[in-house]
Design a protein around this ligand. Structure first.
Ligand SMILES: NC(=O)c1ccc[n+]([C@@H]2O[C@H](COP(=O)([O-])OP(=O)(O)OC[C@H]3O[C@@H](n4cnc5c(N)ncnc54)[C@H](O)[C@@H]3O)[C@@H](O)[C@H]2O)c1
Length: 268
C-alpha cells in the first residue's frame, strides 16, 4: 500500500465530509471515513446510514490511486472513547496521523431559543461544539506523536452562523461561534509544534443540513436560500471540500487559528 499522508474525516457519511474524504483520497492520502451512521433521536431528520458511509468510502476508493488505503469506522464524535479507539486503530493501520477534519454536525431550531426543546439545544451543543472538542482531545495527541518536523492539521467546520445572528438558530449560532473560539485557542496552544488548527465557515451548501434548514424555516426547499448568496447560487459540497482539503494538506502551513469563509458572500 502507498499513500501521501494519513487523514481522518469525521462526519464522512455524506455531504461535505464525504466530498472531503473523496478529495483527500484523490490527492493520495490514506483516509479513515468516520460517521455515526445512525439517526440521532434528538433531531427530527435522518443522519447518514451505514449504506451512505459505505457509498462514501466506495467513492473515495474510486478516486484513490490505491483503493486499499481507504477505510471506515462507525463512531460517534460525542463519544470520546469511540473516538480514541478509532484514532488508535488508524495509527495502528497506517503508522500515524497527519490530518483530522471534524465535519460532523446537526442542525435544529425553527423556533426562538426559549421555545426549543432542551434535548435539541443539547444535541446541537453536544455534537457541533462538544464533538469538535472531543475530536480535538484525541486527535491532537496523535498528531503530536508524529516526529518533528511535522505538518499536522486539525480542521473543523464552523458556519456563517458563527458570525451572523440567524433567527431561530441561536443554539446553532452559539455552537458554531464556539468552534471559532476553540480553533483560535488550539492554534495558540499548538505554537511551534508544526500543527495548525483552522476552521471553514460554509455559506448555504447543498446538503441534507440545508434541506433541514429550509424545512425549519417553512421554505419550499433549499433553493429559496439562493437570494441570500452573493454568488447567486447554492455552494456545492465539493467547493467546501476543496478548502478543507487544502487546510488539511501540507501546503497550508502558514495558516493557523483562522476561520475561512467559503460562503458565497452570505456573510457580507
Ligand atoms: N450545508 C450547509 O449549508 C452548511 C453551512 C454551514 C455549516 N455546515 C456544517 O457542515 C458540516 C457538514 O454538514 P453537511 O452540510 O455536509 O450536512 P450532512 O447532514 O449531509 O452531513 C453531516 C454528517 O455528520 C454526521 N453526523 C451527525 N452527527 C454525528 C455524530 N454525533 N457523530 C458522527 N457523525 C455525525 C451525519 O451522519 C452526516 O453524515 C456540519 O458541521 C454543518 O453544521 C453546513
Amino acid at each position: 500500500v502507498s499513500f501521501r499522508r494519513v487523514a481522518i474525516v469525521i462526519g464522512a457519511g455524506r455531504g461535505i465530509g464525504a466530498e472531503t474524504a473523496r478529495l483527500l483520497a484523490a490527492q493520495g492520502d490514506a483516509v479513515m471515513l468516520v460517521d455515526r451512521a445512525s439517526d440521532d433521536p434528538r433531531v427530527p431528520y435522518h443522519l447518514a446510514s451505514v449504506a451512505d458511509l459505505n457509498a462514501a468510502a466506495d467513492a473515495a476508493r474510486s478516486a484513490a490511486p490505491d483503493p486499499a488505503v481507504i477505510s471506515t469506522a462507525v463512531a460517534d464524535t460525542t463519544d470520546v472513547e469511540a473516538m480514541q479507539a478509532m484514532v488508535t486503530a488508524t495509527e495502528a493501520r497506517y503508522g500515524g496521523i497527519d490530518a483530522v477534519v471534524a465535519a460532523a454536525g446537526v442542525i435544529a431550531g425553527g423556533v426562538p431559543l426559549w421555545e426549543m426543546p432542551a434535548a435539541q439545544i443539547e444535541a446541537v451543543l453536544d455534537v457541533d461544539l462538544g464533538g469538535v472538542i472531543k475530536a480535538a482531545r484525541v486527535a491532537l495527541p496523535a498528531l503530536l506523536r508524529r516526529s518533528e518536523p511535522r505538518e499536522g492539521r486539525f480542521v473543523a467546520i464552523a458556519s456563517t452562523a458563527a458570525t451572523r445572528g440567524l433567527p431561530e438558530l441561536a443554539a446553532y449560532c452559539a455552537a458554531k461561534a464556539g468552534v471559532t473560539g476553540l480553533i483560535r485557542g488550539l492554534a495558540a496552544e499548538l505554537r511551534g509544534t508544526g500543527i495548525t488548527a483552522n476552521c471553514v465557515s460554509p455559506g448555504s451548501t447543498d446538503t441534507q443540513i440545508l434541506a433541514e434548514s429550509a424545512r425549519l424555516y417553512h421554505l419550499a426547499g433549499p433553493r429559496e436560500f439562493i437570494p441570500q448568496q452573493v454568488i447567486g447560487r447554492l455552494i456545492e459540497p465539493a467547493e467546501i471540500a476543496a478548502s478543507l482539503a487544502w487546510l488539511a494538506g501540507p501546503s497550508s502551513g502558514a495558516v493557523t487559528g483562522t476561520n475561512m469563509a467559503v460562503d458565497g458572500g452570505l456573510g457580507l
